[in-house]
Design a protein around this ligand. Structure first.
Ligand SMILES: C[S@@+](CC[C@H](N)C(=O)[O-])C[C@H]1O[C@@H](n2cnc3c(N)ncnc32)[C@H](O)[C@@H]1O
Length: 504
């Protein structure tokens, strides 16, 4: 079985989110790919039953792909590991268990050592002490997030394993423009890790392990050629014909979806197009345009790929702590005339950000023993994401981002999922809305706009910011921009100081 295209998320199985801000860091910068150099990195996660799957994978994998492979499995901290030696018998590539920090090279396999986590820093890979206590360690997620952060668009592969490690990290890789491949759960000795990955909606390809290896080889070869053509190093420059074809692709998409992606950051658009080209085995933009014109479904898939509706509860915890400490208390001190607190969360994707803000407000209400009406308007362009948001049911992997106290207080366990409690759901109204097309909400106390502006072109970014804040300013609005984001437009930076002054 192959899932040829990014499957729509199972609305009953919300993506398990990244733990920290790594996916933000993986977001494309102003000038192009986040990848240092052009080394392609593939992270492979496996657990129970994973050794056999890894052996089969590397036996079937062609050599000389120019890819660095990093194998992360769950090892007993007490015992030596023979994994590198075992895999060395399945491939001609050099296989090493990582010790300390080593430079990564193409056509090498790097294997996690016992009792340490692996992280990428620049073009090096390091084995570092675990930060989390035993029992709470998720080495696959940790590695995948660092891969997304440093290389943006690598490959994430999940093989046989129990539990759900990896389900958080693949979302970070997907958001960075990478491709996610998963062993067919029907073949896997232990299916829960592949199933947890598939439930996120972020998986691109599902195949038996040997076919997965040859598919990865095809994708890697194509990726290199497509990168070269799309000028991944300097996306400002496409050769003359390709420039026109790109314009036609965006015009076609505009007609089909009524949404104009020419206003989005070019590097992001090219990276997402590159993903669709790889998955559909189209090497040139011209071939892809012809395919797009013949396949109505592809326009829908490209549209969803470009929207990048990937998110998490309390994404970037430091930002949410700052919101709680510096803004939420002031919202309660200076409630609007009618005593309501009105918040807008534009680009809320599948709802986690809006629910996180609702939880902060409810916690503050409880601390103070006052219960002002809370109205959180959460909007997005992606109607499928909004359906998931309204349902408010998320897989158990949200435990990585939501504290046990909050899970207990604001969620109801529902099999291997959590349902957002009615008290929280009642505060949030989800509605379709485009920040580029539709007028902004008004009479607000707070706008929480996160991880949208980074995808917009510079001019559009400034315009949508100015428009939203001006319209909302009648009631003197808090506007919260995540700290530490580089290259915010001037307008955003100046608005930020308003954010912390609270409503007037
Ligand atoms: C990466 S998600 C961000 C989700 C969440 N705000 C967070 O910080 O995790 C980006 C979201 O922006 C939405 N989006 C993109 N363009 C938009 C537009 N013009 N209007 C509204 N939402 C848009 C996408 O559908 C997607 O859900």
């Amino acid at each position: 079985m192959e899932i040829k295209d990014a499957p729509r998320r199972d609305s009953s199985a919300e993506p398990s989110p990244p733990k920290d801000a790594s996916t933000e860091a993986a977001a494309p910068d102003e000038n192009g790919s986040p990848s240092p150099g052009r080394l392609i990195v593939a992270g492979i996660g496996a657990s129970a039953g994973g050794i056999e799957a890894l052996q089969a994978f590397f036996e079937a994998l062609p050599e000389n792909l120019g890819v660095a492979f990093v194998v992360v499995v769950h090892l007993s901290p007490e015992h030596q590991s023979h994994l590198a030696k075992i895999l060395g018998t399945c491939t001609a590539m050099p296989v090493e268990q990582v010790q300390g920090i080593v430079p990564m090279e193409a056509d090498h396999i790097y294997v996690i050592p016992p009792d340490q986590q692996l992280e990428i820093r620049g073009s090096q890979i390091g084995a570092l002490p675990f930060k989390d206590p035993r029992g709470q360690r998720t080495p696959i997620d940790i590695f995948f997030r660092s891969l997304a952060q440093e290389y943006g668009d690598g490959f994430g592969v999940i093989l046989s394993g129990s539990g759900s490690d990896g389900a958080v990290g693949i979302k970070a890789i997907k958001e960075g423009g990478g491709l996610i491949l998963v062993q067919d759960p029907q073949e896997a000795a232990y299916a829960s890790m592949p199933n947890a990955a598939i439930a996120t909606g972020a998986v691109d390809v599902v195949l038996p392990v040997r076919e997965l290896a040859t598919r990865l080889a095809d994708l890697a070869r194509l990726k290199r050629r497509i990168h070269h053509r799309l000028g991944a190093e300097s996306p400002a420059v496409l050769d003359g014909d390709d420039e026109q074809v790109l314009a036609r692709i965006l015009a076609h998409l505009h007609t089909r979806t009524s949404h104009d992606f020419s206003k989005y950051k070019r590097a992001t658009v090219l990276r997402r197009l590159g993903r669709r080209m790889q998955l559909n085995r189209k090497e040139t933009l011209g071939d892809y345009l012809a395919f797009l014109r013949q396949n109505v479904e592809e326009a829908r898939l490209l549209f969803h790929d470009l929207l990048i509706s990937v998110t998490t509860f309390f994404r970037d915890p430091a930002a949410f702590e700052a919101l709680q400490e510096k803004v939420v208390a002031r919202l309660f001190e200076a409630k609007a005339g009618d005593g309501r607190i009105r918040v807008w969360v534009p680009a809320c994707a599948t709802g986690e950000e809006a629910y996180s803000v609702a939880i902060l407000l409810l916690e503050e209400a409880e601390r103070r023993g006052v219960w002002p009406p809370l109205q959180i308007f959460a909007s997005d362009l992606d109607e499928g994401a909004l359906a998931t948001a309204r349902e408010g049911r998320y897989p158990a992997a949200i435990e990585a981002d939501v504290s046990p106290e909050r899970l207990q207080r604001f969620f109801v366990k529902d099999g291997d999922h959590y349902r957002v409690a009615k008290e929280v759901r009642d505060c949030v109204l989800f509605t379709p809305h485009s920040v580029l097309r539709d007028p902004p909400f008004s009479r607000l106390n707070l706008i929480s706009c996160r991880n949208l502006l980074i995808y917009l072109g510079r001019e559009t970014r400034s315009r949508s910011l100015t428009c939203s804040t001006t319209r909302s300013a009648r009631m003197a609005t808090s506007f919260w921009v995540p700290p530490g984001r580089p290259r915010m437009p001037r307008s955003a930076r100046s608005t930020r100081s308003n954010a912390l002054s609270g409503p007037r």
